[in-house]
Structure formats: structure tokens, C-alpha cells
Design a protein around this ligand. Structure first.
Ligand code: HAM
Length: 431
């Protein structure tokens, strides 16, 4: 319990993103939005709280997320509420609740926002983290799977993220999976004595989840288990072949990874992850796959779907490590005024420059020129406009280029054009 005078801190596993970091976050989100626009995805925003059964039913009763990681509480009216651990279930719930299927055709939706999982915090793993995700509802065509992966490749290349690997698998469907699960159970019966406690339980309740196990000592045993790819039925097998063929056609390389069953129960057919060599233990930048039965599971009409979620925290870490994307947030102009009579014209100039879309700061109290210039250079201003009694009398303001030190006197009207022409990229005036 905090005593009254203790400094308050953020909750374990959550963090503040300070202005020095948010520039890169904005850059990543801008790039993502531009690419979603290009691929005709539209934004959906769903609440961060949902009724608990939504996740129990979709993500699965037996998954780590549902058994260990959800922030769940009883509301005052005793309804069980959960902070969303992921958004696919919410998007499909919204799709059904608002009958988006009546709009006809395919729904291509994207979202950006916080998710909550009570995991053990470490670099790249937080209890409040952010996802940039997209879902396509209404088609089971393998072309969509390939297009979604193509879109992701474009985003990663725009962010100059190299050293990534696309891991690909198919987890079959309710027609072919039971036979595989029966074999998996049999195999597990023989070896489960050597596995961790969680896996011994999962071997009985949900054997597929054994394949997600991260316990080091279990890995050699898990490696001997039968592969789902050897058990796909004809439809799933053909679907997977078409996805891989379309990826090759688009020049997208991938690594088939039969153990990639992902930690959520709703998947059918294609599953994938993209990992980054720039990250440490938590190297999955994003994950996704098909979930052709999810809509029905949540009470909706049969609707195939596929999507992905990028861990934005991890994407930002990887982008920063690659060092290729910098968010230049340079201040264009600092307006320095000297003497009370200069305040009003200085404020007017600052307002008009801001109306042009330039980033402008002004002194808020009367100070000497030297200090003003000191502040302007500390703020990284590209230009300082100086307005004092002399400038007011001559009706010419001094404009100082802070990087070259050059200074010119000019009529107030000329300042706009001079400064606009001189400011660096990324600060183009709003039209
Ligand atoms: P997921 O694999 O659970 O899938 O999460 C996707 C990504 O979110 C992970 O690859 C990782 O980058 C990030 N992530 C997950 N947990 C954390 C955490 N504690 N801290 C930081 N980042 C984290 C899903 O959430 C599915 N909804 C993906 C999907 C969409 N499948 C179909 N459509």
C-alpha cells in the first residue's frame, strides 16, 4: 500500500511513452494507416472492455491467455468484464452485432490500440501493449491470405525493417484436425510423463496447445510429436498449396514451421508469424492466421476470416534497432520578442505561422535576446524571428537561420515565404 507521501508509479508491466519515443510510434502508425488505405482497409474501434465469455469462447478456455493472463473483474452489477487481451474476438463480435455481413462483399477492417495481458514483464513483453491489426471477413480464398502477407511485407519494407522471417503453417480445419488430435494424444500418452505440468494437463484437455509450450526442457520431446502438416485433409492441403504458390509468385519467402499452431484456439488453415532478428527472446513482431469458424462460434453466420496483429511495441523496438526510421520533429520557428510592445505583433506572427502548419514556439515572458536565442537553439528551432523596438520602428523583422547563423531583416509578410521555403522535410505547411 502506498503511504501518502510515496511517489506514485505506473502499474507493473505498463509504461509511459514519452515525447522522445512517440515520434517513432506516430511514424509507424502513419505508415500503417497509409498502407491500410492502399489495400482498402477501413478502421474499426471497439471498446477495451468486453464481456469475459467472449474471450473464453473464442481464444479458448485452455489457452495461457484465458487461464493465466486476463485482467478480469466483476463489475458492480456482477457482470464479469475483461480488459481485451486481443482484438480479433472483439472485431468479429462487432461484425456480428452490427450485421456488417449485410453490407455485402468482404469486410476489410483494421485497428490500432492497447491490449492487456498479465504476463511476466520483460523487454518486448508488457501488460499493456499495443497492436496494429487487420481482419478480412467474408472470404476463404487463399489469395486473401497471400495479399495480407504481401501488405505486411510492404509495411515492413517501408519501415526499412530487414532481417525478418515469415514462419508459415496450416493447422487444418474441424474436418481434418480430430484425426490429427487423436494421433497427437496417443503420442503424448507415451511421452507426457517427461513434460511440464501444464503440458500434462493440456495433453488431455487441449493437446494442440502442447505445441505452444515454451519450457526449454520440453522442446526435445515436443520435436518428436507428429506434424499437423502430414495430416491435412484434401481441402486444407490444397488451400495451403495455393497460399504458398501465391507467395512464391509475389516473391515472398517463407519458412514452413509445422509447430506454429499459435496460442489461440480459433485458428483454422493458414497460421503465420513474422520474427525479427533485431529483437531478443520476444522476437515475434506479429502473428495471425485464418479463423473460418469464429463467427459461428460467436453466434454469427458462417463467415471465413483471416487477420494479423502486429505487436507495435516490438515493431518500434525493431525499427529503432534498425536505426533507419527517425522521427524528425524539428521546431520550425522560435519567435523572440523584446519589450512589451513587441508581444502583440509577435503573437500575431506566431499565430499566422502556425495557421500555415508550421511548428512554432514563442517566449511567454519578457527576457533578453541572448536568453531567447539560447532557448531557441535548445528547442532545435530552425529559425528565430526577432521582434524588438527597432524592428517595430523599421517594420522589418530579423530572421536568423539557427544552423548557419545568417541573419536577414525583412518585412513581416516576407517571413512566411522565407521560413516556409527554408524548413526541413516533414514540416510542410498544411494546405
Ligand atoms: P498474438 O500472437 O497473441 O495474436 O499477438 C500478436 C502480437 O502481439 C505478437 O506477435 C506480439 O508481437 C504482440 N504481443 C503479444 N503479447 C504481447 C505482450 N505481452 N507485450 C508486447 N507485445 C505482445 C493475436 O493477438 C491475434 N489477435 C492475431 C490475429 C489477428 N489473428 C488473426 N487476426
Amino acid at each position: 500500500m502506498n503511504s501518502k507521501s510515496d511517489k506514485m508509479r505506473s502499474v507493473r508491466g505498463t509504461r509511459d511513452l514519452l515525447p522522445a519515443e512517440t515520434g517513432v510510434w506516430q511514424r509507424v502508425e502513419d505508415e500503417a494507416r497509409a498502407i491500410f488505405y492502399a489495400y482498402n482497409f477501413r478502421e474499426i474501434r471497439t471498446p477495451v472492455i468486453e464481456q469475459t465469455p467472449l474471450f473464453a469462447r473464442s481464444v479458448g478456455e485452455d489457452t495461457d491467455i484465458v487461464t493465466k493472463e486476463m485482467f478480469t473483474f466483476d463489475d458492480r452489477d456482477h457482470e464479469s468484464i475483461t480488459l481485451r487481451p486481443e482484438a480479433t474476438a472483439s472485431v468479429v463480435r462487432a461484425y456480428i452485432e452490427h450485421s456488417l455481413y449485410n453490407e455485402g462483399g468482404i469486410q476489410k477492417l483494421y485497428y490500432i490500440g492497447p491490449m492487456f495481458r498479465r504476463e511476466r514483464p520483460q523487454k518486448g513483453r508488457y501488460r499493456q501493449f499495443y497492436q496494429i491489426g487487420a481482419e478480412v471477413l467474408g472470404s476463404d480464398q487463399p489469395t486473401i491470405d497471400a495479399e495480407v502477407l504481401e501488405m505486411l511485407r510492404l509495411l515492413l519494407s517501408r519501415l526499412r525493417l530487414e532481417n525478418t522471417e515469415l514462419l508459415l503453417n496450416s493447422v487444418g480445419c474441424p474436418l481434418c484436425r480430430p484425426k490429427y488430435l487423436a494421433e497427437l494424444r496417443q503420442a503424448l500418452d507415451r511421452v507426457k510423463g517427461g513434460l511440464c505440468g501444464d503440458c500434462q494437463r493440456r495433453a488431455v484437455t487441449n493437446p494442440l496447445r502442447v505445441l505452444d509450450c515454451k519450457v526449454e526442457a520440453d522442446q526435445p520431446i515436443i520435436a518428436t510429436l507428429p506434424s499437423i502438416l502430414d495430416h491435412l485433409g484434401p481441402e486444407c492441403s490444397q488451400h495451403f498449396d495455393r497460399v504458398t504458390a501465391e507467395l512464391r509468385e509475389r516473391g515472398i519467402s517463407y519458412t514452413i514451421t509445422p509447430r506454429l499452431v499459435r496460442g489461440l484456439d480459433y485458428y483454422t488453415k493458414t497460421t503465420f508469424e513474422i520474427t525479427s532478428g533485431a529483437l531478443g527472446a520476444q522476437n515475434a513482431v506479429l502473428g495471425g492466421g485464418r479463423y473460418d469458424g469464429l463467427s459461428e462460434l460467436l453466434g454469427g453466420p458462417p463467415t471465413p476470416g483471416i487477420g494479423f496483429s502486429i505487436g507495435e511495441d516490438r515493431l518500434v523496438l525493431a525499427v529503432e534497432a534498425a536505426g533507419a526510421v527517425k522521427a524528425e520533429e524539428k521546431l520550425a520557428v522560435y519567435v523572440a520578442w523584446l519589450g512589451d510592445t513587441a508581444l502583440a505583433p509577435a503573437s500575431k506572427l506566431a499565430r499566422e505561422l502556425r495557421e500555415l502548419g508550421l511548428s512554432v514556439e514563442i517566449g511567454y515572458e519578457p527576457i533578453k535576446l541572448k536568453r531567447s536565442l539560447g532557448i531557441a537553439s535548445k528547442l532545435g528551432a530552425q529559425f528565430t524571428v526577432i521582434i524588438g523596438e527597432g524592428e517595430l520602428a523599421s517594420e522589418k523583422y530579423q530572421v536568423k537561420n539557427m544552423s548557419t547563423g545568417e541573419q536577414h531583416a525583412m518585412e513581416p509578410e516576407r517571413v512566411f515565404q522565407f521560413v516556409s521555403a527554408g524548413v526541413g522535410a516533414g514540416l510542410a505547411p498544411a494546405s
